[in-house]
Design a protein around this ligand. Structure first.
Ligand code: FES
Ligand code: FES
Length: 161
């Protein structure tokens, strides 16, 4: 299939890519742009490791074609840090030990940030619902929920990214 020009805006930076139109967004981000913080776990839209934000909402980047994201603002885990400082949600995950192997963490953090963008004061149940599309094999989820709750409660300063 003939390659096509795609302009993708990722973490505020525009990239011009010549890609097969069937390229998944996760492939464009990892293999073409080189931002490998976004993980590829299952390719069946089950694990959530590939979660990024598109215009502030969480999206599993293995579930959309890169072409479908043209014109949108894509944020990956690398884009949360500002001026060399971790985002509040990242600090909270560190502080609460909300990861062990770490494979799920980028996607989990992006889902958490998208939840806080939409609902800055979620209940515990809403937090659990907000990350239900993200699988963690290691932590048992409670430390993740506590980190999101602490972020929402302002312990790590502002929650909007
Ligand atoms: S790699 Fe996308 S949901 Fe698992
Ligand atoms: S920390 Fe290992 S999968 Fe979540």
């Amino acid at each position: 299939m003939e390659k096509q020009l795609l302009r993708l805006t990722v973490n505020g930076q525009e990239y011009e890519l010549y890609i097969n139109p069937k390229t998944l967004l996760v492939e464009a981000i990892r293999d073409h742009i080189g931002l490998i913080g976004t993980k590829r776990g299952c390719d069946t839209v089950s694990c959530g490791a590939c979660t990024v934000m598109i215009d502030g909402a969480s999206v599993k980047s293995c579930s959309v074609l890169a072409m479908q994201a043209e014109g949108a603002q894509i944020t990956t885990i690398e884009g949360l840090e500002k001026n060399g400082k971790l985002a509040p949600i990242q600090k909270a995950f560190l502080d609460h030990g909300s990861y062990q192997c770490g494979f799920c963490a980028p996607g989990m953090i992006m889902s958490a940030q998208a939840l806080l963008n939409e609902n800055p004061a979620p209940t515990e149940w809403e937090i659990r619902e907000g990350i239900e599309g993200n699988i963690c094999r290691c932590t048992g989820y409670n430390s993740i929920v506590r980190a999101i709750d602490a972020t929402a409660k302002g312990k790590y300063a502002e929650v909007k990214s």
